[in-house]
Design a protein around this ligand. Structure first.
Ligand SMILES: Cc1cc2nc3c(=O)[nH]c(=O)nc-3n(C[C@H](O)[C@H](O)[C@H](O)COP(=O)(O)O)c2cc1C
Length: 237
């Protein structure tokens, strides 16, 4: 109880501080319902502590076999943002954002990381039988992929971490813009990425400048959700 009150006080103090700093902290529900893809940013720098929180939220995401094949390049310098903008169909928000997180998947990550992942797992209580099974099934599964299958697998994993980051940024009071408008080869060149990297999406983070984007609306549950099998309406009692 006392702990709960202390947490509430810290939470309120954090919200107050963020309001003073010009950012409005939000609940996750507020972040989800009020988020828009920011059309333009004011360019103000993002404090390193906030950036760290956003990045760590991404790293906390689940992934297949816990292989965590995501890699992120955080672009903040004027020079690199300029290069990245040129590789992103000249989208101005790439250069205006406080930071652009370039979300990539490493097709070879599992080759290097499997043993370390299993060590971490053992430290957290992974049973030896599970570790032995993963030791053989992860290489068998992932090495069987074609290049296209690997890209699809990486897209899945990376977008989960990416979404964690986007939502954490919004909860902290930042504005965000997801972006798929970029040229793979040009981003590779601009950021000097290894050949095994696959660029999945860019995430621009910063503060909205000017008017926010219109609300494009969303299809409702009856349009997109079925219950039990395709075509049957879901009943929510
Ligand atoms: C994966 C992904 C890639 C996107 N790429 C771009 C982009 O390159 N440029 C852009 O202006 N908007 C981009 N968007 C934003 C979408 O247009 C936007 O999410 C959609 O219109 C819905 O608007 P809202 O995000 O404001 O609700 C992207 C969104 C997603 C999820």
């Amino acid at each position: 109880m006392v702990r709960g009150v202390a947490c509430l006080r810290i939470n309120l103090a954090m919200r107050k501080w963020m309001e003073i700093a010009g950012k409005k902290a939000k609940s996750l529900a507020e972040a989800i319902s009020g988020r828009r893809s920011t059309p333009s940013f004011d360019g103000a720098a993002i404090p390193p502590a906030d950036l760290e929180k956003i990045l760590k939220a991404g790293l906390a995401a689940p992934s297949g076999y816990n292989m965590q094949p995501w890699r992120f390049i955080v672009v903040q310098s004027r020079e690199q943002k300029k290069k990245l903008r040129a590789a992103s169909y000249n989208q101005a928000k790439v250069e205006e954002a406080s930071a652009v997180i370039v979300a990539c998947g490493d097709a070879d990550g599992w080759r290097k990381d499997l043993d370390e992942m299993l060590e971490m797992g053992r430290a957290g209580g992974m049973p030896e039988s599970y570790a032995a099974q993963a030791q053989s099934s992860v290489p068998a599964y992932l090495s069987s992929f074609s290049s296209d299958q690997m890209k699809a697998w990486l897209n899945k994993q990376v977008m989960l971490a990416y979404t964690h980051m986007l939502l954490m940024a919004e909860v902290l009071g930042y504005d965000t813009a997801p972006m798929e408008g970029f040229e793979q080869d040009r981003v590779h060149e601009a950021l000097r990425l290894p050949m095994s990297y696959w660029v999945v999406a860019l995430l621009a983070v910063g503060h909205l400048k000017g008017t926010d984007k219109f609300d494009g609306g969303r299809f409702g549950l009856s349009h997109t959700v079925f219950g039990e099998e395709f075509g049957k309406a879901l009943t929510l009692k």
